[in-house]
Ligand binder design. Structure first.
Ligand code: DI6
Ligand code: FE
Length: 399
């Protein structure tokens, strides 16, 4: 059992942080600074002992989409299940219809609002998946919109191609051809045009089979893209072990993950991304096997899964709270899940995720007196300032 308190965060008391050229050049005790900071630094910002963490990393979102699914949420409140709605042509497909019909500018506008909401809660990096276009042009439109929303909200965006999210209606009777077009047309084009760094898929009974998923992951590898997978969200399909076989960065959701899946992930170094808000919003009762993941040494990340169907959540802090209350993570584990381990889930652990010299100057400054407060409060505005790529949000302002 890790004892509570700042020590379990690897915190440095009375610290100083040096930033130059968008990078951290010093992180350590203030007393070890080479000289009086005023003499060698262009600007000195006094934080008065405030807590500073790495900028939060939301490593699994579907932030770009048109419309919303509040009407389906009402149907669910009257007893329909997520699967019933999906099988009836609603669910992901209703967002596909809206997203195909929307212009890129409209997608940028709504995604920017959501990205800004995340930034106001300390996020500096967001992974954004496509997957509501399900044909080449609409998928590319989503990925371009993701990058533009990140620029406008001043967050780093990491893009993932999710063509294998669900079967589009025009391929209803021809699954094979759709999988083929994902593998033979879309993935090569996305890789060539550098529109995404990784490929994801939804391996589950309402989406793609393990055999279909395997083809998608193999095509991703062939074209030099990293892989990750929505696995074991609604049933145990063996997706996590399959992802691990392809050296996946992460397997995500994992409520129905088996011991075999845990072992495969541990061996491959695949990160377990837990999405407690989707569990909550679907009123799922099967918990991911957190203790087995810990015992096997699988790194655990936490993300919002922000999407219109199963997790309309734009607050990383609420995801941290849910990771603790619903899945039993400690506050320190939850915070590591949105910093260090989230960076690993994106393959960016050398650049972001911890406060260390040489990494990007992405940090969050908080109005808290104990880091456990980040996963404790629900709905308070805890962020005091945020620095993304060396630039503070509040620079030049007098608040
Ligand atoms: N699992 C999810 O939770 C989201 N996608 C997925 O594969 C849901 C996406 C949606 O319902 O719009
Ligand atoms: Fe998801």
């Amino acid at each position: 059992m890790v004892s509570p308190g700042p020590a379990s965060y690897g915190a440095v008391g009375d610290a100083a942080i040096g930033i130059a050229g968008g990078q951290l050049v010093y992180v350590g005790p203030r007393r070890s600074l080479p000289d009086k900071p005023e003499k060698c630094a262009r600007a000195v910002r006094r934080l008065g002992g405030a807590w500073v963490t790495p900028g939060l990393i939301d490593c699994h979102t579907h932030l770009v989409f048109a419309g919303n699914r509040a009407a389906e949420w009402e149907m669910r409140a009257r007893g329909a299940s997520y699967e019933d709605i999906a099988r009836g042509g609603g669910g992901i497909l209703s967002t596909v219809r809206a997203t195909r019909a929307a212009s890129e500018d409209v997608l940028v506008e709504s995604a920017t609002q959501r990205a800004r909401a995340m930034a106001r809660r300390g996020v500096t990096t967001i992974e954004i998946k496509s997957g509501y276009g399900l044909e080449s042009e609409s998928e590319k439109k989503m990925l371009r919109a993701a990058a533009r929303a990140g620029e406008r909200a001043h967050v780093r965006v990491v893009r993932t191609f999710l063509g294998a999210h669900t079967l589009p209606p025009e391929f209803k009777d021809n699954r094979e051809s759709y999988v083929e077009s994902v593998c033979e047309q879309m993935i090569p084009a996305i890789a060539r045009e550098r529109l995404a760094d990784a490929v994801d898929g939804f391996c589950d009974k309402i989406a793609f089979t393990p055999a279909e998923t395997e083809r998608v992951l193999a095509a991703a590898k062939t074209h030099g893209l990293r892989v990750k997978l929505h696995a074991e969200q609604l049933s145990d399909s063996g997706g996590a072990a399959l992802a691990a076989k392809f050296g996946a960065l992460s397997a995500d959701h994992l409520e129905y993950l088996s011991d075999v899946g845990v072992a495969a992930m541990a061996k491959a170094g695949t990160v377990a991304v837990l999405l407690p808000a989707a569990y909550y919003f679907l009123r799922e009762t099967k918990m991911p096997p957190v203790e087995a993941l810990r015992r096997a040494g699988v790194p655990i990340a936490v993300a919002t899964d922000c999407n219109p169907g199963t997790s309309p959540l734009a607050s990383p802090l609420i995801a941290l709270n849910m990771a603790c209350t619903l899945f039993g993570l400690t506050p320190a584990e939850a915070l590591a899940g949105m910093t260090l381990n989230a960076a690993r889930a994106l393959g960016l652990e050398r650049e972001i995720g911890t406060l260390e010299s040489g990494k990007c100057a992405d940090l969050a400054v908080w109005n808290i007196s104990d880091p456990a407060e980040l996963s404790y409060w629900l709905g308070l505005d805890l962020l005091r300032d945020r620095c993304a790529g060396g630039r503070f949000d509040k620079d030049g302002r007098t608040s």
